[in-house]
Design a protein around this ligand. Structure first.
Ligand code: SF4
Length: 689
């Protein structure tokens, strides 16, 4: 048996594991002694590999290039040469006819790796001539990136996953780590065992709430009001660090004025908590010697998410909880390489290494390195994936090249997304499974999977980690970056790399933030956090040391915004609030985990709608009943799960199933800055069948 070192492809915790290989097949996975997981794995890490053995459980693995020559016609298996020629010809034709900005691309936050994401954004910028490249950060932690870049200078976790257990106080806000990052949840438990205070703010009584020292079950959609009340309390009770605020922050007077209307007493009705609960939480947070704020989708998937992120970082700035061990702000990224996709510039506003596309010097540098005229670099920020349906309907986007994403299942308001896809002239899907989106493609480019190729991921705490190839791929497939290079070359921009290291060396050369992270340094169990500007640099476990912020003035920026109501409130017709959540045993659209026998057997039925016992009783619904769940956008059938962890009048569904897909119901009210949809709040109703 051969053991191959890898990194789990299922969440941003970045657990190191060994894939155990016998006769060319993977027979098991076992935890390796990685920095974040210390030999531990959750269910997905332990059992999420057997789709690689192509067990043909649910969904067909893509193993041949295919073309659909007529909309609605059948797929035809073709050679790679024909698939590449056909795709390149179509993309060139669309670019010439409608302009460079008419083509949109996605990178992938899943198992493909940083090298591929780098090559994909280079394809968009150097070959297509636009910045229309984005990834699923847009629908998860895009607001954390946008908010923290303004207030602190970097849109990432300021601390390390391993350091979470060393904090004296964890403020866990809208973050169900037990389901989304079980190995991070283990650090929260360890912190509790070491005596930390755990403050949990979440409408649902999630697992972490059960170990909380203070649990604040706030009302759905009231985040901004509660964060402002926290800030008010810190100032009102003189709990903030005046010296720190004076020396290291800017904007305090305006901030103080902005939160003036949010005394805990004034917001009791909005947030559904007593003033004492709010004040007590902040007394605990402020008095802790070291305190960390962690958050997840319960903060970011709202139409006012960027404001809330700025508000949370304001709490850390008010109390000086940044720039040293045991403290910080921790937006814990969801998909395993969503941090990496952002690092590699799979964002419409930044080149790799967070260099702005609007900065002429940065454009000059990339144009020079890539051997293209400066004038051909698009100076404008590109489109976001959540804007594509609207832009396609308006006729502005005509072609969509999608790598390792499934927007026809994972985007909000699927009816709108389908209309957008119907309006597109040409769709290319590069993936490993026949997803809902692949079913609509004009061209399918089948790629290798995690386990079948090597690469580098960045886990949620900015840590780069290498993973190795364990088995040979089956079928006529190619590595993602090889496919993109073939297309670029066919479109007239010769692009090729000898191997992953050659790509990574180009990344390092162009990105001062990552320069010191050599391929060699990342061998084995290494985990190196950016910034790492020199080869002798060990990496940066926590940002903002010596209170030096990466903002234009070097100071932390305090911002507060007024609370806005969610866009679609419950009413007589739709009296419930629908929020999306996750299923612990599955990942994203389930194309990978749904094809793993052990995981499929744990949760083998389309997701439940979770409802409070009293609310269910009022509707005459019993546990396990099958019901219609309806919103103004559609209806889906689902089984009911009645449990008392659910608050009234909310109901919760996972987005991970295409039967009973809750994105038929969600809405695309977008945060005005990050363009992230409000999938945590829309009006809904349950109809008994
Ligand atoms: Fe670790 Fe996340 Fe994989 Fe679980 S899913 S083993 S927590 S990386």
């Amino acid at each position: 048996m051969n053991k191959v070192i890898s990194v789990c492809p299922y969440c941003g915790a970045g657990c190191k594991l060994n894939l155990c290989v016998e006769n060319g097949k993977i027979i098991k996975a076992e935890g390796a002694d990685g920095v974040t997981n210390q030999g531990q794995l959750c269910l997905k890490g332990l059992y999420g590999w057997d789709f690689l053995n192509d067990n043909k459980l649910l969904t067909a693995r893509l193993n041949q290039p295919m073309i659909r020559r007529k909309k609605g016609g059948p797929f035809e298996v073709v050679s790679w040469r024909e698939a590449i020629n056909y795709t390149a010809h179509k993309l060139k034709e669309i670019k010439e006819k409608y302009g460079a900005r008419s083509i949109m691309c996605t990178g992938s936050s899943r198992g493909t790796g940083n090298e591929t994401n780098f090559v994909m954004q280079k394809f968009a910028r150097a070959v297509l001539g636009n910045n229309n490249v984005d990834c699923c950060a847009r629908v998860c932690h895009g607001p954390s990136v946008a908010g923290l870049q303004v207030t602190l200078g970097n849109g990432a976790m300021s601390n390390s996953i391993a350091d979470i257990e060393n904090s004296d106080c964890l403020l866990v806000f809208g973050y169900n780590c037990a389901d989304s990052h079980p190995i991070v949840a283990r650090r929260v438990i360890k912190a509790k065992e070491k005596g930390a205070e755990i403050i949990v703010c979440d409408p649902r009584k999630i697992e972490t709430a059960k170990i909380a020292t203070q649990y604040l079950p706030l009302r759905n959609g009231s985040n901004m009001a509660l964060v402002n009340a926290f800030a008010y309390t810190l100032i009102d009770e003189n709990l903030y660090d005046k010296n720190y605020v004076n020396q290291h922050t800017e904007g305090f007077e305006e901030y103080k004025k902005a939160v003036q209307a949010y005394s805990p007493e004034a917001v009791e009705e909005i947030v559904g908590l007593s003033a004492l609960q709010i004040r007590q939480a902040m007394r605990t947070y402020a008095k802790a010697k070291t305190a960390t704020i962690m958050w997840g989708m319960g903060v970011t998937q709202f139409g006012q998410a960027v404001d809330v992120v700025k508000g949370l970082s304001g709490l850390a700035l008010l109390t000086g909880n940044l720039g040293k061990p045991g403290v910080g702000v921790a937006p814990v990224r969801g998909q395993n390489n969503v941090q990496g996709a952002c690092d590699m510039g799979v964002l419409p506003d930044t080149f790799p290494g967070y260099q702005k596309v609007t900065d002429a010097d940065a454009r000059q540098k990339f144009a020079r390195e890539w051997g293209i005229p400066f004038e051909s670099m698009d100076p404008d920020v590109g489109y976001r994936i959540t804007e594509v349906p609207h832009l396609a309907i308006e006729g502005k986007v005509k072609a969509y090249y999608i790598m390792g994403e499934d927007p026809l299942q994972t985007e909000a308001d699927l009816q709108l997304v389908r209309k957008g896809f119907d309006a597109l002239e040409f769709v290319v899907v590069q993936d490993i499974f026949m997803t809902k989106t692949a079913e609509q493609a004009d061209v399918i480019l089948p790629s290798t999977s995690w386990g079948e190729h090597a690469g580098i991921f960045t886990c949620a705490d900015r840590g780069f980690q290498r993973f190795e190839k364990a088995i040979e791929p089956q079928g006529n497939v190619k590595r993602d970056w090889e496919i993109i290079c073939l297309l670029a070359t066919e479109m007239g921009y010769p692009m090729s790399y000898a191997d992953n290291k050659a790509i990574w060396d180009e990344v390092r050369k162009l990105c001062p933030l990552f320069y010191g992270v050599t391929y060699e340094k990342l061998a084995g169990l290494a985990h190196i956090q950016w910034p790492c500007p020199a080869t002798e640099h060990p990496g940066t476990p926590y940002l903002y040391q010596n209170n030096a912020f990466d903002t234009p003035t070097g100071k932390g920026q305090l911002f507060a915004a007024q609370w806005r109501k969610p866009a679609e409130l419950p009413d007589d017709e739709y009296p419930l609030i629908l929020s999306t959540v996750r299923e612990v045993g599955h990942y994203s659209c389930r194309s990978m985990t749904g094809n793993c026998k052990a995981l499929a057997s744990l949760a083998d039925e389309p997701g439940y709608v979770q409802i409070n016992p009293e609310a269910a009783g009022n509707l005459g619904i019993k546990d396990q009943d099958i019901v219609w769940v309806e919103s103004r956008r559609g209806k889906v059938m689902s089984r009911c799960s009645i449990n008392d962890t659910i608050n009234k009048p909310a109901i919760y569904m996972t987005y991970q199933w295409w039967i009973g897909a809750c994105n038929e119901l969600t809405q695309d009210n977008l945060d005005p800055v990050s363009k992230t949809p409000e999938t945590k709040y829309c009006a809904a109703r349950i109809v008994k069948i």
